[in-house]
Design a binder for this molecule. Structure first.
Ligand code: ZN
Length: 156
């Protein structure tokens, strides 16, 4: 599995995460799967409902998620994953991230998780992971940004 995203879409995600720094930002990836590629067509920034621990936890607004799902379906896509930032922390899932992903895996399916470090509000490092359910851990997958269309339909 690998994550493919247009550079312009990735730029939108990074802009969002830098804007909410030093808080965690989060959102969804809408797109499709082709073979072993998860192809992001659009990113859907969401509101972090966790104001108490906004610097190191995020809770996605459920209506955001419901709207994103119906929008994706209308375009023949699905919600294929999510992203969130780690302000001034490494771009790898925390134990909390892992525990929560294991809790929701039966509902969301095989999501791709992007964790994006934001250092000092400017420097970013995106990485991507999938959940290894039996192993109860995340495994890193390639995070591929491309200049134009990720992958033409039918060519994966
Ligand atoms: Zn996290």
């Amino acid at each position: 599995m690998s994550l493919h995203i247009r550079q312009s879409t990735l730029d939108q995600v990074l802009w969002h995460l830098k804007r909410v720094y030093p808080h965690e930002g989060c959102g969804l990836f809408l797109g499709r799967r082709e073979g072993d590629r998860a192809i992001v067509e659009e990113a859907w920034p969401a509101v972090n409902l966790n104001t108490e621990r906004a610097a190191d936890r995020y809770i996605m607004n459920p209506p955001d998620q419901a709207r994103a799902e119906s929008y994706a379906r209308g375009r023949g896509w699905e919600v294929i994953g999510c992203y969130h930032s780690h302000p001034d922390h490494p771009a790898r899932p925390s134990q909390f991230d892992t525990d929560r992903a294991l809790e929701v895996v039966d509902f969301v399916g095989p999501w791709v998780y992007a964790v994006i470090a934001v250092r000092g509000g400017t420097e970013t490092e995106p990485r991507a992971f999938v959940l290894d359910v039996p192993g109860k851990m995340f495994r890193e997958i390639p995070f591929v940004s491309v200049e134009q269309e990720p992958v033409p339909a039918g060519e994966a």
